[in-house]
Write a protein that binds this ligand. Structure first.
Ligand SMILES: N[C@@H](CCC(=O)N[C@@H](CS)C(=O)NCC(=O)O)C(=O)O
Length: 204
């Protein structure tokens, strides 16, 4: 069975967790202590998570892992479009989305995990502004979001920190703190909540 070396509160790890659950790939998660990378170093030769070990192959880097899963679990639904144009559209979307959402997200995240002693008090509101932009995009976009699950997965791997759902909070209690700090009211972004619902299940 696939082994997933997981640092559960981290977004790149959440991305892989979501991908495994979306594709229905059975896996065993080994939780990584952020202060002790020995197991990860031993299995992969480097210290960063996520890492998977599967069928004699060891892989790090979340994007590489997603590509691997699509290439090696072909009976499961694809995450990333198989055609070049579809892939390019997803990459363009990711660039514009990351540019908007990540800066304010990072400030709150590093504060929540005690890497920063303080955060800019404006960061949660800045994050919510970008989420409002995203809600608008979901209403206006002519793209069919379900055509490229990777787009929704990428949204989920950032925005689930603000809208985690009970299952993710039960699995990783730190998500309660993230949810409180980001401060999004339930029902404020209905299109986004609908998009996130299956990913809340996959995250649990
Ligand atoms: N590009 C890599 C980045 C990996 C990465 O930065 N992992 C973080 C967790 S998300 C990590 O292990 N950081 C080291 C640390 O927190 O000490 C990926 O997408 O997986």
């Amino acid at each position: 069975m696939l082994t997933f070396y997981e640092l559960a509160p981290s977004p790149n790890n959440l991305k892989v967790h979501l991908a495994l659950r979306f594709k229905g790939v059975p896996f065993e998660a080994t939780q990584v202590d952020p202060a002790d990378r020995a197991s990860v170093l031993e299995v992969s030769g480097q210290e960063l998570t996520p890492v998977i070990a599967d069928k004699g192959i060891v892989l790090n880097d979340s994007e590489a892992i997603l590509q691997y899963l699509d290439a090696n679990y072909r009976d499961a639904p694809r995450l990333i479009p198989a055609d070049k144009d579809g892939r390019k559209a997803c990459e363009a979307w990711q660039r514009s989305f990351d540019k908007r959402i990540v800066p304010s997200w990072l400030d709150v995240f590093f504060f929540a995990i005690n890497v920063r002693e303080a955060m800019d008090p404006a960061s949660p509101a800045r994050f919510r502004e970008q989420v409002a932009w995203l809600e608008e995009q979901l209403g206006q976009s002519e793209r069919e979001w379900s055509d490229a699950p990777i787009d929704a997965l990428r949204i989920a791997s950032w925005v689930l920190y603000a809208l985690p759902g009970e299952g993710l909070i039960a699995r990783v209690p730190l998500f309660k703190k993230f949810q409180q700090l980001f401060g999004i009211e339930a029902g404020a972004f209905p299109r986004l909540e609908e998009l996130l619902r299956p990913w809340q299940e996959h995250a649990a």
